[in-house]
Design a protein around this ligand. Structure first.
Ligand SMILES: Cc1cc2nc3c(=O)[nH]c(=O)nc-3n(C[C@H](O)[C@H](O)[C@H](O)COP(=O)(O)OP(=O)(O)OC[C@H]3O[C@@H](n4cnc5c(N)ncnc54)[C@H](O)[C@@H]3O)c2cc1C
Length: 401
């Protein structure tokens, strides 16, 4: 196939695989480079609100996502007294309450990645190259030459565009914008899972629990066809090594929550987790730029955000849908037309990404309030009522490509 019909995607994470499927639907030949030898079971839960599930359903992923759980509500909980502050029913997430094609899902990252991968493997015009990393790119009159490496062998490939979906520590971004570095937030996320059967039913029902305490919060929800509960605790800290799966000492996180005076129920959840992992929370400013000649960044590579709006994966999925639309609408097959399409994608995405990043930062500050400010927050949430609280998210959930 001609270079003008080939697009290379660096990274087979959530954004890269979604973009590959969306672009393959346009008839392009897609080559996905993934540096990992295997797509491992690393990671734990992700939340997919209707804005993201809508894209996945449109790509035909619905039947492959049988292990996704549809929670019935988000419960805002007080870590101080163990009480429920508000219960937001997800039956009406987004103003289009009757839109059953866009559920609110919670899912293990590995299950989502496996579903995307199966769909990719069923697509005759996508080639997934595992153990193959992006190394270099150079633009020229015919498009791009992309350099990739598998072990000792190096290979050049001609393509019309390169999509850098290679995550927060993106090599594509290093080529495009060597000065842009991820910023450490001063926060560490601890995560683990527990077997649903270990806990009394009232603590493992199909809901997202958000426990808010002084300087810390904890999120728990069912994943893996509701057989496991995903638990993530976010605390301040100085440890800031890159990576997603550093083993963590469970005693450290347990004693932090005892010392902070957390209620017995969230402490019970923490106590039941076996095999804690931790990752330092870094961000990449979404202000851009995210594009160069024939090259665009997508997902965390462009705009890694704090996870407190639960939109990191969702924004990568949205990016993929918009990118495909912009490429479909390019004026011709020339390299300049591809670059113009990528620039359009960046212009369309940036305002929303900046708003979501801001919203995630604000959410983190609100979750971690202490003393009288925390009491005022809880009173405000109660006074608002669950329906109004949830409708504040409509600008996120109602999005369509
Ligand atoms: C192993 C792992 C575990 C995670 N666990 C969680 C979690 O538990 N909870 C959570 O909220 N988020 C987690 N995330 C992050 C979450 O998936 C992303 O924030 C979100 O889905 C956006 O995805 P993305 O596609 O932009 O990037 P990612 O999902 O990070 O995918 C990037 C991909 O690019 C690959 N890559 C990197 N460099 C190169 C290169 N030079 N050439 C080729 N490929 C390259 C990586 O191996 C990875 O597969 C995890 C990410 C990873 C990689």
């Amino acid at each position: 196939m001609a270079a003008s019909r080939t697009i290379i995607v660096a990274g087979a994470g959530i954004g890269g695989l979604t973009a590959s499927l969306a672009l393959a639907k346009l008839g392009f030949r897609i080559i996905v480079l993934e540096k990992a030898e295997r797509l491992e079971e690393a990671g734990a839960g992700l939340q997919l609100s209707p804005n993201a599930s809508r894209v996945l359903v449109d790509l035909g992923l619905g039947p492959r996502l049988s292990r996704a759980v549809t929670p019935d509500s988000i419960c805002l909980m007080s870590a101080r007294n163990g009480g429920e502050i508000s219960r937001l029913s997800l039956a009406r997430a987004g103003s289009a309450a009757s839109d059953t094609s866009a559920p609110y899902w919670v899912i293990h990252r590995a299950d989502l990645q496996a579903a995307l991968r199966e769909q990719v493997e069923n697509s005759s015009n996508i080639e997934l190259r595992l153990g193959c990393q992006f190394e270099d790119v150079s633009p020229h009159a015919k498009g791009l030459t992309v350099v990739q490496r598998s072990g000792a062998s190096r290979r050049d490939e001609l393509a019309a565009a390169l999509i850098g979906a290679d995550g927060i520590w993106s090599t594509v971004r290093q080529h495009l914008l060597p000065d842009v570095q991820p910023l450490f937030s001063g926060l560490i996320a601890w995560r683990g899972t527990l077997d649903t059967r270990q806990m009394p039913r009232e603590y493992t029902s199909r809901r997202v629990q958000l426990w808010m305490g002084s300087q810390a919060h904890l999120v728990a929800y069912p994943i893996s066809a509701a057989r496991q509960i995903n638990v993530v605790a976010v605390v301040p800290g100085e440890w800031n090594r890159p990576g997603w799966s550093e083993p963590g000492d469970g005693n450290e996180i347990k004693s932090a929550f005892v010392a902070a005076g957390w209620h017995a129920i969230p402490r019970m959840l923490i106590g039941a987790v076996d095999g804690w992992r931790k990752w330092a929370l870094f961000t990449v400013s979404g202000r851009g730029p995210w594009t160069g000649d024939g090259v665009a960044l997508l997902g965390d590579a462009a705009h890694a955000m704090l996870p407190f709006a639960a939109q990191g994966a969702a924004m990568a999925i949205e990016d993929a849908a918009v990118l495909a639309k912009c490429i479909a609408a390019r004026s011709n097959e020339s390299p300049a037309a591809f670059t113009a399409a990528l620039q359009r994608y960046e212009r369309l995405r940036r305002p929303r990404i900046i708003r979501v990043q801001r919203s995630a930062r604000q959410a983190g500050r609100i979750y971690h309030l202490a003393g009288p400010m925390a009491l005022a927050r809880d009173l405000f949430i109660k006074a608002m009522g669950p329906q109004r609280m949830l409708s504040r998210q409509n600008w996120i959930y109602d999005w369509r490509p």
